[in-house]
Design a protein around this ligand. Structure first.
Ligand code: FAD
Ligand code: NAD
Length: 446
């Protein structure tokens, strides 16, 4: 008999799971419910789409609904909102948003991939027409439309995290004057002090004004009132973090775990057998500490989806854990990290040492060479590499993945310091910056 798999959510995790299931269980019926009008888009590209006057939202769509249905054989139902799950009846209740009709469907296996939602701080005025969050493709389209039609000159961004910083560059490139208001004392707390200093300098050099340890009190028309003062703002972007969408799971009696995300095992199976969760709605395991954590990143969501799909289709696969690898572009800089921060390493009971070095992106005599700051963390007890962060104009974004590979594999600083990395003058000095950092760290770990 044909199996029926239901997937809730049609973006990174949901479509990865659905595609994987269909590849393995070819005769299966795979139904994807997505409450929005789009599936499978690259949310990560939205800051660049907004910045590009020729940007077309269709270019962000990786798989169209038509191709998912006709080429992959997946029964994608957009504009369908799932309202509830009965785990005893193995039934999902949903509403067709276009007709308003309520219906239900049985499943053999279920994958919950409901993602996350932007946190809206409880500030008067957050629902005003000129106040935005950036999460869905519709959010991106709305921001771009507002910019094109209203031609804002000044913007306030609330939050100096990933979206805040990427959008500071995006809006500045459109000639919009940007002010960032952040409640913490610095941006990007997961980065070493010296890297944060370069981030701040980069923002300043590009005309972005920043206010830390500050709170927005209210938004009224084109004014933002905050503890740092009053600011003119033709538009406001809330970039204050995300929370996992777990109400369906919670109401169905499925257990929650790290940071309120859906608890899962390494097969991405929830506390209810036959129900899987993946992506920004689900917790992850930290490969270094073995602790449950929450990592709302696209790179993790895709892997979660694949593992959930494989297991749902009865092919055993395990999520190997995350090491929080992430990177972003900030004007002329590449910024990247992986592994633990010094504070996390201390809190997790390691005996960590952190070193910071600056080395060149290319060899002497090469015209285009830039400094790269590398912060690297190792454990005195085991000698293992624990974390790394980097910033520089060139050669950072991909270089972090060398260190990520070593941390993922549990290498020591000593082992890593002799990794046989390729060398040619335009790409690195003969001792690559990450190897220089590992050698310095190795010395300190003795
Ligand atoms: P989502 O993308 O949130 O998708 C979940 C879907 O489920 C949604 O479409 C939602 O409508 C649907 N849904 C929810 N509830 C229901 C329901 N009841 N019924 C039906 N459908 C439902 N990550 C990186 O790794 N690198 C980056 O560079 C990066 N850049 C980013 C830039 C921006 C601007 C943003 C917003 C995010 C970025 N991310 C990045 C994060 C990445 O986009 C997310 O981690 C990823 O989209 C998570 O995928 P998901 O499928 O788990 O969740
Ligand atoms: P974030 O967690 O990166 O940053 C949120 C920031 O807002 C924090 O610095 C926080 O202190 C601040 N904040 C929270 N409430 C505030 C308030 N009331 N007033 C002032 N500041 C406040 O979250 P984000 O930037 O919204 O991005 C969401 C998620 O999307 C990220 O966690 C990340 O996983 C993902 N993302 C990743 C990338 C990338 O990897 N390149 C890019 C964009 C988004």
């Amino acid at each position: 008999m044909k199996n029926r798999y239901v997937v809730i959510g049609g973006i990174a995790a949901g479509m990865s799971a659905a595609s994987r299931i269909k590849k393995i269980d070819k005769s299966a019926e795979v139904v994807v419910f997505e409450k929005g009008e789009f599936i499978s888009y690259g949310a990560c590209s939205m800051p660049y789409y907004i910045a590009n006057p020729q940007g077309d939202y269709k270019d962000l769509i990786v798989l169209s609904v038509e191709d998912a249905i006709n080429k992959r054989g997946i029964d994608v139902r957009t504009n369908h909102l799932v309202l509830g799950i009965s785990v005893n009846e193995k039934r999902v209740f949903y509403k067709e948003l276009t007709s308003g009709k309520g219906k239900s469907i049985d499943y053999d296996r279920l994958v919950i991939a409901t993602g996350a939602s932007p946190i809206k701080p409880p500030i008067a005025g957050v629902d005003n027409d000129n106040v935005f969050s950036l999460r869905t493709l519709n959010d991106g389209i709305a921001i771009k439309k507002f910019i094109e039609e209203k031609k804002p000159k000044k913007a306030v961004i609330v939050g100096a995290g990933y979206i805040g910083l990427e959008m500071a560059e995006s809006l500045t490139s459109l000639g919009i004057q940007v002010v960032i208001i952040e409640m913490l004392e610095k941006p990007m707390p997961l980065y070493n002090e010296s890297i944060v200093e370069t981030i701040l300098k980069t923002l300043e050099e590009n005309g972005v004004k920043t206010y830390f340890s500050s709170k927005v009190e209210r938004i009224e028309g084109n004014k933002v009132y905050s503890t740092a003062g009053e600011f003119d703002a033709d538009m406001v972007l809330l970039a204050t973090g995300v929370k996992p969408n777990v109400s369906l799971a919670k109401d169905a009696g499925i257990e929650l775990g790290a940071r309120g995300a859906i608890a899962v095992d390494s097969k991405m199976e929830t506390s209810v057998s036959g129900i899987y969760a993946a992506g920004d709605c689900a917790e992850s395991i930290n490969r270094i500490t073995n602790r449950k954590i929450y990592v709302p990143l696209g790179t993790v969501a895709n892997k979660h989806g694949r593992i959930a799909g494989l297991n749902a289709a009865r092919e055993l696969a395990r999520f190997p854990g995350a090491i929080m690898s992430a990177e972003f572009k900030l004007f002329d800089k590449e910024v990247a990290r992986c592994g633990l921060t010094l504070k996390e390493a201390i809190d997790d009971g390691f005996d960590p040492v952190e070193i910071v070095i600056t080395a060149s992106s290319a060899a002497h005599g090469v015209k285009e060479r830039y400094p790269i700051q590398v912060a690297m963390i190792g454990d005195r007890k085991s000698g293992k590499l624990l974390g790394c962060q980097m910033i520089g104009k060139k050669g950072v974004a991909h270089r972090i993945n060398i260190v990520a590979t070593a941390i993922f594999n549990g290498n020591t600083a000593k082992e890593f310091s002799m990794f046989d990395l390729a060398y040619a003058p335009p790409f690195s000095p003969v001792w690559d910056p990450v190897l220089i950092a590992a050698n310095v760290l190795k010395g300190k770990l003795k």
